[in-house]
Every structure is written in structure tokens, then in C-alpha cells.
Ligand binder design. Structure first.
Ligand code: F0G
Length: 492
């Protein structure tokens, strides 16, 4: 495979800047918009049909190719061919997840037999869909020789990053909002040896800081792993492939997914755009993105303010005004679905594009709806975390509105594992809030040989740089953009 067959490209058609795969950018160096990974497909060997991938079920196992065939991401590697050689690929056996035909839950929702499919991405090694993206971003990090990798997280990204960093022998750093992360996830980041910074702020603040550190303090050598990294989304395309694989390559009528930072939905739109262009699918399913009411930026922008992709000429001022109003009222997102407690989604333009490609709709659901539907998935399925159940609550709403027909085939993406947040589950069933009990619990000095304590840090760049082993001079020596807002792309 020739590396030049793959490149990075700005999503803004008016810019269209292209950059080499070996370069590291968190946004387009020319205009600040998001980047895609693009391919010159005619220079690559692309399978003529999706059934090509079936031979990999027999070849999974040892050796380089077998290692990749075993992965639920890399067994589709011809559709994400940005790496140089197969040895570049950092894989831990991710993506071996399953599609359940959830007939009992379908019956509860008034849907026909075989019509409701649940894609359990919580069955990944670190317990969420993030592993699909991390394997691809770590592969790029290895290509560029990164030693330190970092992310902001509401929980799952941190667990996934920490696991991959440990196994790829890189230093993992996770930025989490103070008090904003479930114990299940905090425990993973600590256990896998990541430096865990608890920033006094929410996810949006953490993301702003980690981007600042990655871009504006280059001396620290930090490679950014959030979904603004376009390589993440290449791996997340595989979720669509596995659903197709489980259905004999027949697309469902609908894909329903929770929306937080809007990386997943963006990856799904890209996967279908590419497969359609390559003649690998004849039909593109429709997309429903579900926000939590307390973190409903996409729903407000699309349904109330009419924001659209508009062939790449979307009206950025609509988002700018919304964010200015959030700042003015000092609004912070709040939802029981902590994974999607995000009000400034970095992938907004790509999500608008995915809505356009997949004739998508957006809805918001309340915390009560999320909790009831989470309990239903557990009662009549294998269970999931609250954010994942937003997809089922959203499906229920769309069935009632008759936007989705009861005889259409719907695949809901269950993004994370039920055991991420047992507190939410126990509280739902018993009324006891274990988290407040934990907060009051007596503390003692940790003394295990591998004890890895989180570090509390103010929401302040200098304090964060110090916590990372740097000093103020590193900041002073480089131009720092001190923007008050969390700037997802230059235009916002
Ligand atoms: N579902 C779960 C379980 C998640 O962890 C996340 C994101 C989402 C949905 C939203 O996905 O950003 O692609 O729209 N969690 C991030 C984290 C933010 O830090 O773990 P998206």
C-alpha cells in the first residue's frame, strides 16, 4: 500500500486543504475547520463486494495478518487503509462486538419481530465503542512516533485511551471533570496507569484545556486523542460494517445513536458515503441522533434554528450565537447520561454532513426517559449505560411520532457497558444514591505497589502544564490562544 494513497483533507469545500498522513493536526492549518482522512481509491485495492471480508473469519489467529483479521475493526482494513504497513497497527483485539435481535424489547416498543437490533459496543475490551476509534488513532500516533497521548473525557474515552496507551507503551494522560466521572471509568484510567488530571470544570472545559496543551505547548509533545482527531473516526466506521456483516450485508432502514461530541454519527455518515461511492452498498440507512435534554445543542441548532450542512456552506453564526448565549447565562450541561453531557460538540459540522447524507433527524430525550429505557434494555436485553439508552428512548419517541415505522428495521447503537455506572442502576431500583455515600467515605493513603492517584488541578493552563511536568516558560515561548469559549473549529 502506498502512503500517498491516503491523505488528510479539510472538510470545508471552500478550503479543501490537503495534508500528509504523517502530519499531526487537530484542525485544518489553513482555515481551522475539521479534517477528514481521504483516499485515492483508484490507487488502492478495494474489494468488489462486502462479502470479500467473510474469508477473514477463517484466517483470524496468529501472525500479522491473523492479528488484524481477529480485530473487528481491522478485518475491514481495506476501507481504512491509511497505515504504511501492518506492523504499524496498534490493536488489542477490539471491535468483537455483536448485534442482538432484540425481539422482547421490540415487543415492548410495539415493533415487529426481527425489527429491532441492538449493537452492543459495550462489549469492547475497555467497555465502550471508543476502542474502535482508539485503535486507529493509536496506529497514527505510532506512525508519527508519539510518546505521550492525552484526551478529555466523560469516562469512556479515558478508559479506552489508558488501556491502549499502556499496551502500546505510551504515556497516557486523561483530563476529567472533577466529580464528573463514574467510578467504573475512573477506576480503569487509574488501573491502566494513566496520569489522571481532575480539572475543576466540566467536559467542555477539559476539552478546551487538553487542546490548548496539545496545540499551544508543543514542548510537552502531547498527541490529542479526542474525536476531533480524524483517525479516531476511521476506526469508528467499523461499527457500520459489523452491523452489515451481521445482516448478510443488507443495510437496516435506520441507525439510531446517542449524540455527545458527535464523532460516532460523523463516522457513520462517512462510512456510508464511501461504501455507496465504491458500489459496496445500494442503500443508505436513515440516521437518528439523540441528545439528552440537558445537553441538547444539536437538537436546538438543527430543529429550532434550522442549521444545515448546505453543501459545506453551513451558517456558523447560528452556532456562535448559541454558544454566546450559553456563556452569557453561564450554562453548564447536566444529564444523568454523563457520557453525553456536552454542550459544545466538536464534530458539529461533520454531524450536519452526516444528517445530510443519511437523511437524518435529531431528537432530545429527558433524563427520566433515559433511565426508563435503560432499565428496559437491561430487563429485555443485555443492559447498557444511561447514555446508550438515549438511543432507545429516542427510537420510542420517533415511533410515536411515526417518523420511524413499526415495520422498519432499526439498529440502535448501545455505546457503553451497563457496568460503567452501577450507581445509576442501583439508584433507579432502590432510591439509594451510592455516589453521595462514596463522597462521604473516610479516606486513607493508598499504599499498593501500583497505586496511581488522580491529581486535582485548577482549570488553569499554567497549573495544568506544571502537573504535566512542564513549566510556565513553555507557554510563554509559544503563542497561546486564550479564548474564553471552547472553540471547536476556527469559525465557532
Ligand atoms: N455514548 C457513550 C457511552 C459515550 O461514552 C459517548 C462519549 C457518547 C455516547 C457520545 O459519542 O461523542 O461520538 O457523540 N463519550 C466521550 C467520553 C465524550 O469522554 O467518553 P459521540
Amino acid at each position: 500500500m502506498t502512503a500517498a494513497a491516503a491523505f488528510q483533507q479539510c472538510i470545508n469545500p471552500a478550503c479543501g486543504g490537503t495534508f500528509g498522513i504523517e502530519e499531526v493536526h487537530v484542525s485544518c492549518p489553513k482555515c481551522g475547520n475539521l479534517l477528514d482522512i481521504e483516499y485515492n481509491w483508484d490507487r488502492l485495492s478495494v474489494p468488489k463486494s462486502l462479502s470479500f471480508f467473510e474469508h477473514r473469519w477463517a484466517t483470524k489467529g496468529t501472525g500479522t495478518a491473523g492479528r488484524l483479521d481477529f480485530s473487528g475493526v481491522w478485518r475491514f482494513r481495506e476501507l481504512m487503509p491509511f497505515y504504511r504497513t501492518e506492523d504499524d497497527v496498534v490493536s488489542i483485539g477490539e471491535g468483537r462486538t455483536m448485534l442482538q435481535q432484540a425481539d422482547l424489547l421490540a415487543r415492548e416498543l410495539g415493533m415487529g419481530q426481527g425489527k429491532l437490533l441492538l449493537q452492543y459496543e459495550g462489549l469492547n475490551p475497555s467497555g465502550s465503542f471508543k476502542d474502535n476509534g482508539m485503535t486507529a488513532a493509536f496506529t497514527h500516533a505510532r506512525i508519527v512516533g508519539a510518546k505521550k497521548v492525552a484526551c478529555a473525557s466523560t469516562g469512556n474515552t479515558s478508559a479506552s485511551l489508558a488501556m491502549f496507551a499502556s499496551l502500546a507503551e505510551m504515556q497516557g494522560v486523561v483530563f476529567i471533570g472533577s466529580g464528573k466521572i463514574s467510578f467504573g471509568k475512573l477506576s480503569q484510567a487509574l488501573d491502566y496507569g494513566a496520569l489522571t488530571l481532575q480539572i475543576q470544570g466540566d467536559f467542555d472545559a477539559c476539552l478546551r484545556r487538553v487542546r490548548q496543551v496539545a496545540v499551544d505547548v508543543p514542548a510537552l509533545g502531547i498527541y490529542l486523542m479526542n474525536s476531533v482527531n480524524p483517525f479516531r473516526l476511521e476506526g469508528q466506521k467499523s461499527i457500520m460494517l459489523r452491523i452489515l456483516e451481521a445482516r448478510d450485508w443488507e443495510p437496516p432502514d435506520w441507525i439510531v445513536v446517542p449524540g455527545g461530541n458527535l464523532g460516532n454519527c460523523s463516522a457513520f455518515g462517512k462510512a456510508y458515503t464511501e461504501m455507496y461511492k465504491l458500489g459496496l452498498v445500494k442503500k443508505i440507512p436513515r440516521l437518528a441522533i439523540i441528545n439528552a435534554r440537558g445537553a441538547n445543542t444539536l437538537n436546538v441548532l438543527v430543529n429550532d434554528r434550522g442549521m444545515k450542512w448546505n453543501a459545506g456552506k453551513y451558517d456558523a453564526s447560528i452556532a456562535q450565537k448559541h454558544y454566546a448565549a450559553l456563556d452569557e447565562s453561564n450554562y453548564h450541561p447536566h444529564t444523568v447520561a454523563s457520557a453525553i453531557e456536552i454542550s459544545r460538540p466538536v464534530n458539529l459540522p461533520k454531524a450536519l454532513r452526516a444528517l445530510d447524507t443519511m437523511k437524518g433527524v435529531v431528537r432530545e430525550v429527558t433524563d427520566d426517559e433515559i433511565l426508563e429505557h435503560r432499565a428496559m434494555v437491561a430487563r429485555w436485553g443485555f443492559g447498557c449505560e444511561p447514555a446508550s439508552a438515549a438511543s432507545i428512548a429516542g427510537l420510542h419517541k420517533l415511533l410515536e411520532e411515526q417518523v420511524i415505522g413499526r415495520n422498519e428495521t432499526v439498529a440502535c447503537i448501545l455505546t457503553g457497558h451497563e457496568l460503567k455506572d452501577p450507581n445509576a442502576t442501583v439508584k433507579y431500583h432502590t432510591g439509594v444514591d451510592m455516589k453521595s455515600v462514596q463522597d462521604m467515605a473516610p479516606r486513607e493513603e493508598p499504599h499498593g505497589k501500583l497505586s496511581n492517584r488522580p491529581v486535582q488541578v485548577a482549570d488553569d493552563l499554567e497549573a495544568i502544564v506544571r502537573a504535566l511536568g512542564g513549566d510556565a516558560k513553555m507557554i510563554a515561548s509559544h503563542k497561546v490562544k486564550q479564548s474564553g469559549a471552547n472553540v471547536p473549529v476556527a469559525e465557532f
